[in-house]
Design a protein around this ligand. Structure first.
Ligand code: HEC
Length: 158
C-alpha cells in the first residue's frame, strides 16, 4: 500500500507529459473504505459503478460510430488506435486484455481506479501521467467500448 501511495504522489507531481490539464477538476472523492484495503482481491473488473456489461454480437454500428466521434474529440490526443503509446497506451488489443467492466470503470471513474486498482496503478507507473477525468457519461463510455471492440476487429452488424 505504501508503494502505491508513493507512486500516486510521484504521478501527481510529474504530470508534465500529460499536457496542461494537470489536477484541476480532480476533486478528491473519498473512496469507499474497503475492509481488505491492505490485500485487495483483484477480480479484474476494476473499481466503480460498472458491475456487468452485456456485449453485442455483432457490434451495433450506431454505437461504434458514436464511440468513434467521442474518441476523436476526447481521447485521440493521448491514445492511438494501434498498440503504440503516446501519452497513454494504444488501444489495439485492449478488449482482449481487459474485462469490459474494467475498461468502463477506467473511463468513468479514473481517479479512484488510479488510487485503488492494481492494473491501473501499474499503468500509471509506466506512463507517469495521470489520465484526466473526461466527464464521460456511462452511456458514452459504453459507446466508446463498442468502438474499442470494432477497433480490435470484432464484426460490426448492419
Ligand atoms: C491527457 C491524456 C489522456 C486523455 C485525453 C485520455 N487518456 Fe486514457 N489514459 C491516459 C494515460 C496516461 C493512461 C494510463 C494510466 C495513467 O497513467 O493514468 C490512460 C489509460 C487509459 C485506459 C486503460 C488502457 C490500458 O491499456 O489498459 C483506458 C481504457 C483509457 N485510458 C480510456 C480513455 C478514454 C475513453 C479517453 C477519452 C474519453 C481517454 N482515455 C482520454 C491518458 C489519457
Amino acid at each position: 500500500m505504501k508503494k502505491a501511495l508513493l507512486l500516486f504522489l510521484v504521478g501527481a507531481t510529474l504530470s508534465a507529459c500529460g499536457g496542461k490539464s494537470g489536477s484541476e477538476g480532480s476533486a478528491s472523492t473519498t473512496p469507499p473504505q474497503s475492509m481488505v484495503a491492505d490485500e485487495p482481491v483483484d477480480d479484474g473488473m476494476g473499481v466503480g459503478e460498472i458491475k456487468s456489461v452485456e456485449l453485442n454480437d455483432p457490434l451495433k454500428p450506431d454505437m461504434v460510430s458514436r464511440g468513434e466521434s467521442i474518441y476523436d474529440m476526447k481521447c485521440s490526443a493521448c491514445h492511438q488506435l494501434t498498440d503504440q503509446r503516446v501519452v497513454g497506451p494504444g488501444w489495439k488489443g485492449l478488449t482482449s486484455q481487459r474485462k469490459p467492466e474494467w475498461i468502463m470503470n477506467m473511463i468513468t471513474n479514473v481517479e479512484v481506479m488510479l488510487e485503488q486498482d492494481p492494473a491501473a496503478q501499474a499503468l500509471l507507473e509506466e506512463c507517469l501521467t495521470r489520465m484526466p477525468n473526461q466527464n464521460v457519461s456511462i452511456g458514452d463510455a459504453r459507446d466508446i467500448l463498442e468502438f474499442m471492440y470494432a477497433n480490435d476487429g470484432k464484426p460490426v452488424g448492419k
